[in-house]
Design a protein around this ligand. Structure first.
Ligand code: 13P
Ligand code: ZN
Ligand code: NA
Length: 281
């Protein structure tokens, strides 16, 4: 069923595992992620960015995820990823999204805090949890290229969490959105400093391209939600291309959609394994 991400991530925090959060773009990707989670008896989060929301509308993603979640016995949450305005956050909340990220990480600290606080005040009466980011995850997410390199400052994180009342904190510890050019240097030392001071579940962004063993270490150090986007897009497109390149006469979207879905499903199952959330659903 469709539930909020609150209990899911608190359970993960207690159990020393993480819940995978997978960005979806279309119905096939929604089906792939929920089926993967169901087969592995794992809780799961599906998420959409503002550009994805713009593509088909909040209500279409909500309807897809709600229907898929109702077929499943495992807990499924629908999360707004990198929400870029108070208005969009509230629209997603009204539509039925069960988890909201408001990303003011590009703003000065005061502006970020204020924006996040407002979103928390809107979401908490509806029992919907809020994720926010402090410091800056680089790379290209959505239409936004982020050039900042500022990592999360542990003392600042403590104040930010207190002042905003957020449920989950996205940390900047060296990951970046998109495909990495070289090998990313993930600051596990910094993560452990943050974890010593901040007691809410921590979120890792930019995980496509991060080695599984590094992700496992991050989970050991307190990461409870692990975001994957780029690699799912690649997997889906690879599946579609494989079919269309093999047989130019294929015209049925079900034929190539199915292969796209299959490759996404395999990828998600692999990452659920990394997150150690199987059997927790
Ligand atoms: P990647 O595209 O690098 O997997 O990042 C995902 C993410 O952080 C979504 O919010
Ligand atoms: Zn992200
Ligand atoms: Na990445």
């Amino acid at each position: 069923p469709l539930v909020t991400s609150k209990e899911m991530l608190l359970d993960a925090q207690k159990g020393n595992y993480a819940v995978g959060a997978f960005n979806v773009e279309n119905m096939e990707m929604v089906m792939a992620v929920v089926e993967a989670a169901q087969e592995m008896q794992s809780p799961v989060i599906l998420q959409t960015t503002p550009s994805t929301v713009k593509y088909a509308g909040l209500n279409l993603y909500y309807a897809n995820v709600k229907a898929a979640a109702e077929r499943a016995s495992v807990p499924v949450a629908l999360h707004l990823d990198h929400g870029d305005s108070f208005e969009l956050a509230v629209q997603a909340l009204r539509e039925g999204y069960t988890s909201i990220m408001i990303d003011g990480s590009h703003l000065p600290l005061g502006g970020n805090t204020k924006l996040v606080r407002r979103v928390v005040e809107a979401c908490h009466p509806c029992k919907v949890p809020v994720e926010a980011e402090l410091g800056c995850v680089g790379g290209k997410e959505d239409d936004l290229v982020n050039h900042c390199a500022g990592l999360t400052e542990p003392e600042q994180a403590v104040e930010f969490v207190q002042q905003t009342g957020i449920d989950f904190l996205a940390v900047a510890i060296g990951t970046a959105h998109g495909v990495y050019k070289g090998t990313p240097r993930i600051r596990l030392d910094l993560l452990s400093e943050i974890k010593k001071r901040v007691f809410i579940p921590l979120v890792l962004h930019g995980t496509s391209g991060v080695e599984d063993d590094v992700v496992r270490s991050c989970i050991q150090e307190g990461i409870c939600k692990v975001n994957y986007a780029t690699d799912l897009r690649i997997a889906f497109s690879d599946g579609v291309k494989r079919i269309l390149n093999e047989d130019k006469s294929v015209i049925d979207p079900k034929i190539y959609g199915k292969m796209g879905k299959e490759l996404v499903k395999r990828y998600v199952q692999d990452k659920i394994w990394v997150c150690k959330s199987s059997g927790r659903g």
